[in-house]
Structures are given as structure tokens and as C-alpha cells.
Design a protein around this ligand. Structure first.
Ligand code: ACM
Ligand code: ZN
Length: 559
């Protein structure tokens, strides 16, 4: 009898070894975690889903269960006595509670987002193979734990520019998958640029027939060169809806951007009558920003914008619509508006006096027209921090990118703000100082530690912190042409971003985060997603060079 018991115990251990508390490596670190000795075996486990949970939450749990079945190679059973997912309306919108006992694990949340995040935490607590698409031999057990978690910020964003280089719907879904794994909840999709218009607009077919294609791209980083190869692409309305739905199932809101009134040359190439001079214009084949912008004095421009935004609102249910507003004047003086009779007449009508600020007031007028239109349809505008210049109308939200100053000022004036300062949140910057070994970046130097060190309340005027909705990082793609390179720039910096967005400031700890990254690298390997290993001293897509211990120590010291 003793002998049989011993064998059973050993067999149990072999199937389900005991994870150690120090193995807890969830990113972003949950707000409250207690780990106790022991484990809960998840292979072939029973799963009970509260019928009071909405369909989307049940579907999210279904995706978790399906990943578990694939990775363990064992079917789960419907019923009590294993995982129990329960609706708890008392919890905050993105909060979740996980309680893991030796024979059962209870998960509570009040919304889809809560259930998505609970499942992501469970997945990160399991062997990384749970993120793969094959059965894997592993210790399929969870440590006994009690987790009560919710985010610091409501807005946890990541941006993507598919205009300078185009990324397919499937590639975009992968981007959303990694965002989901690290509990981000806003996808800022920058759909229009001087170098390409990416959104199908049924009323203006030339936007994609002409505006989605350019006659060449800068070769490498030499702005005087061009490959002369036609390049482009666009998303159909059905494809964009597919992205909206895919994101929504994962608790992510897609915020589309129509960048106006600058960054508009692709649209002007299609409809030259919308510019001050009438063109001709060409979809830009070089980087930088065109001086040619929408004419602010032409009523046709407002009709055009309202038509485009009407179709946009049909596709994107997001409360926020991003209206760009950045780099409109591109440091040129005079600007096209100064010599345009229609713009001149509009300034006169508005009582805008000639002078250096006239252009800002006229941009305020364009912004306010678009804002009024969107507000009338129940939407809100968000714009880059240039929209603050002059007199921004109440109710706008500001995205602070030119450092933190714009965000600090906007919040102190009572505007809501999303912080996305270049110094910490521009993932097109290089990660290493050894640029020659890195794939191209736009410039700058933004290693992982620096991203991690960002504190969004630094410098804030006391009392205005509540206007900081959250933090976002941006990924512009002038020099990023492939998903492999895109993911290299994104990761693991987006993981550092996720701790800024999710964790209370006192819970951030770079050493703990850095140690947890080894597990994240296994997860990304299982997902088939690329990442940089610069934080381990290996630079570039080929992850070189191999360094001696002394060389590595020196490199890490000087990053
Ligand atoms: C920006 O980077 N031009 C917002
Ligand atoms: Zn004009």
C-alpha cells in the first residue's frame, strides 16, 4: 500500500511539478500578488464558465481554454472542480481576481477586459509553450496564488504607422496579439500620410487609386536616393472592421487617425482642388513632411473631411478620433495659407490678424470645425500637441509628443492628456549606441532602461495629474519595412511601456522586470514574434556580436 502511494505521488509530481514563488515573472507586474507553497495542475482540468458573463468574455475564456488544450495536449472537461470563471459586478472595469488553490482556481472580473487580463496573467504564469501552436512537454501547473490586479492608467496605448511602410492585416493582428499579452488597450492606427493614404473611402475612390501608391521609396537612409519602385497598399473597409473586431475581442479600442490639415499630400495628389494652389501634387517619395497642406479657406475641404470622417465613424466605434494636427507648418515661413486668397478671406472673416500666430489661429479654426462635427456625432477629438498652439477649444484631448511640456501645460489648463514624449516613447529610436550593428532607426537612443524609467507625473503641476489619461508609445516606420524589423523595434520596449501604463509607480523595479524578461523572450519565441536582445548585449537582427564576459560587462555599463 505504502509503495503504491509513493508511486502515485511521484507520478503526480512528474505530471505536475511545483513552480517556485520566485518564478513569478508576469509583466506587467500585478498590483497585489501572494504566492504560497504548492501547485494546481491544469492538464485536462475542468472548466466552468458563469452563464451571466457576456458573450465576449466567454469567448475570451474560450481562447484561453483552447490554448491550454493545444499546449497540454489534453482536453478540458466542462464543469466545476477546476477553473471557475465568475462574473463579479462589484469589481472595477479592468480589475480581476485570481485565486488558485490546490484543486481549483477561481477567476473573477466584471468586464471583458478583466477576463482578458486574468487569462493573460494565467498564461504568463504557465510555461511559455501556452503561447505556441503545438503540444509541449512541460510542467503544466500554476503556483498557488491570490492576485488582485488592476491598472494605474485607463489609456494604455501603442501606435503604428502603416503609411511610410505598409503592414498587412495579418501582421497588424500579430501586433495586437502582443499588445494583448501585455494588457495594452488602445491601438492608435495612423492611416494617412504624405507618403500614402491607407483607408478605403467609398465616396473618394481616388484616395486609394492614387493616394495609396508612391513612385518610389528612399533607399536605406539616403534621402537623395530613390528606388523608383511603385509601393503602397490600403485597407478595405471590411478589413478595417476585421481589425476593429479582432481588437475589441481582446479589450482593445482602435483609435484611427486622419492627420489634418498637414501630412495630407497623398490626399492632395488624388484631389488637388483641396490644396491652396490646386497642385499638381505627387504622393511623396521621400521622408519628412510636405509644406503642402489642406486649404483652410475652401468649403470643399470641410465637405471632404466630413465625408471621410462619416465613413471612418461607420468603421471605428471608438469614442476618440485622432485628427493629427502635427507639423502642419513644417518650419516654413510663409506657409501656403499666407499666399492663398481663400485662406486670406477666411482669416479676414474670422478676424484673425496677420502675424506669426495667424496660422495657429487658422489651424484652431480647422480643428474646431472638425471637433464640432465629431462632437455632433457623439465622438471626441484627440490631437498631437501642436493643436494646443493658439486657442484650443474645450473638450479636446492632447497627445504630448514633443517632450512632456505640451502635456504638462495642457493638463494644467484642464485638457485631458495622453503622454507620448519622444525621449521615452518613440520606438523608432535606436536601442543600442552601436548603430552600425542595429537595423535602421530614425535616430536618437532609447534603450530599454530609459523607457522603463519614465514617470508620467514628473513635472506635473500639482492637482493636474488626474488629466493624464495614460501613456502611449509610437512606432513610425520610415526605415522599418518588414514585420521582423517592426517587432525588433517594438519588443521588449513595449513590455517596459506596459509597466509604466499598468503598475503603480512604487511597484516598478527594473531589476525584477529585467529578470522576468527571460520568460517574455520564451513567450515571444513561442508566438513567433521577433524582439531585440540588446538588453542582453546582443545587437541587431542577427543578435551579434558574441562578447567576452568583460566586453559584455563594459557594454551593459555604457548602454
Ligand atoms: C509626430 O511624431 N509627428 C507626432
Ligand atoms: Zn488656402
Amino acid at each position: 500500500m505504502k509503495r503504491i502511494l509513493l508511486i502515485l505521488t511521484l507520478a503526480g509530481l512528474a505530471a505536475c511539478a511545483k513552480p517556485q514563488p520566485q518564478e513569478f515573472h508576469v509583466i506587467p507586474m500585478p498590483a497585489n500578488v501572494t504566492i504560497t507553497e504548492g501547485s494546481f495542475c491544469v492538464k485536462g482540468v475542468a472548466v466552468a464558465v458563469d452563464p451571466a458573463m457576456d458573450e465576449a468574455s466567454q469567448k475570451a475564456v474560450g481562447r484561453f481554454v483552447s490554448a491550454l488544450e493545444t499546449a497540454t495536449g489534453s482536453k478540458t472537461k466542462a464543469g466545476k472542480g477546476g477553473f471557475e470563471f465568475v462574473l463579479n459586478p462589484e469589481l472595477a472595469a479592468e480589475q480581476y481576481i485570481i485565486d488558485i488553490q490546490p484543486k481549483a482556481a477561481r477567476v473573477e472580473a466584471s468586464t471583458l477586459n478583466g477576463f482578458v487580463y486574468a487569462c493573460e496573467t494565467l498564461k504568463q504564469m504557465l510555461p511559455a509553450a501556452i503561447y505556441g501552436s503545438e503540444k509541449a512537454q512541460a510542467d503544466w501547473a500554476l503556483p498557488l496564488a491570490h492576485i488582485d490586479d488592476q491598472p494605474r492608467f485607463a489609456y494604455r496605448g501603442m501606435h503604428l504607422d502603416p503609411c511610410r511602410h505598409f503592414f498587412s492585416i495579418e501582421e497588424t493582428k500579430r501586433y495586437l496579439d502582443v499588445m494583448t499579452a501585455y494588457k495594452l488597450n488602445r491601438f492608435h492606427w495612423h492611416l494617412t500620410e504624405d507618403q500614402g493614404w491607407r483607408m478605403e473611402v467609398k465616396k473618394y475612390p481616388k484616395l486609394t487609386e492614387i493616394g495609396a501608391w508612391r513612385n518610389g521609396t528612399v533607399i536605406k537612409m539616403d534621402w537623395d536616393s530613390n528606388d523608383g519602385i511603385r509601393y503602397g497598399g490600403f485597407y478595405t473597409q471590411d478589413e478595417m472592421k476585421e481589425i476593429v473586431d479582432y481588437a475589441a475581442e481582446r479589450g482593445i479600442i482602435v483609435i484611427p487617425e486622419i492627420d489634418l490639415p498637414g501630412h495630407m499630400v497623398a490626399a492632395l495628389a488624388a484631389y488637388p482642388e483641396l490644396g491652396c494652389t490646386g497642385g499638381p501634387y505627387e504622393v511623396w517619395t521621400r521622408w519628412g513632411v510636405s509644406n503642402d497642406i489642406l486649404c483652410a479657406g475652401n468649403e470643399k475641404v470641410y465637405t471632404f473631411l466630413e465625408d471621410v470622417l462619416t465613413e471612418l465613424m461607420d468603421i471605428f466605434p471608438s469614442e476618440y478620433i485622432h485628427i493629427g494636427g502635427d507639423e502642419c507648418f513644417n518650419n516654413v515661413d510663409p506657409v501656403p495659407w499666407d499666399s492663398c486668397p481663400k485662406c486670406g478671406a477666411r482669416m479676414k472673416e474670422l478676424g484673425i490678424k496677420k502675424g506669426p500666430d495667424a496660422k495657429h489661429y487658422l489651424q484652431n479654426y480647422v480643428t474646431a470645425r472638425v471637433q464640432d462635427f465629431l462632437n455632433a456625432h457623439g465622438r471626441k477629438i484627440i490631437g498631437w500637441d501642436e493643436v494646443l498652439e493658439g486657442n484650443l477649444a474645450e473638450g479636446a484631448t492632447v497627445m504630448s509628443w514633443r517632450g512632456t511640456r505640451g502635456g504638462i501645460k495642457a493638463a494644467s489648463k484642464g485638457f485631458d492628456v495622453v503622454m507620448t514624449p519622444t525621449d521615452y516613447c518613440y520606438f523608432d529610436y535606436y536601442q543600442s549606441r552601436e548603430r552600425d550593428k542595429e537595423p535602421f532607426g530614425i535616430g536618437g537612443h532609447l534603450p530599454l532602461e530609459k523607457v522603463y524609467g519614465y514617470e508620467p507625473f514628473d513635472g506635473m503641476v500639482a492637482g493636474s495629474e488626474s488629466h493624464i489619461l495614460g501613456v502611449q508609445a509610437n512606432l513610425w516606420t520610415e526605415y522599418i519595412a518588414t514585420p521582423e524589423h517592426l517587432e525588433y523595434m517594438l519588443l521588449p520596449r513595449m513590455c517596459a511601456l506596459s509597466e509604466i501604463q499598468w503598475c503603480r509607480a512604487d511597484l516598478k523595479d527594473y531589476e525584477r522586470f529585467n529578470a522576468s524578461l527571460d520568460h517574455t523572450f520564451e513567450i515571444l519565441d513561442a508566438m513567433g514574434v521577433n524582439y531585440s536582445l540588446d538588453c542582453r548585449g546582443l545587437i541587431g537582427l542577427d543578435r551579434e556580436p558574441a562578447r567576452s564576459e568583460e566586453e559584455l560587462a563594459e557594454y551593459m555599463k555604457n548602454r
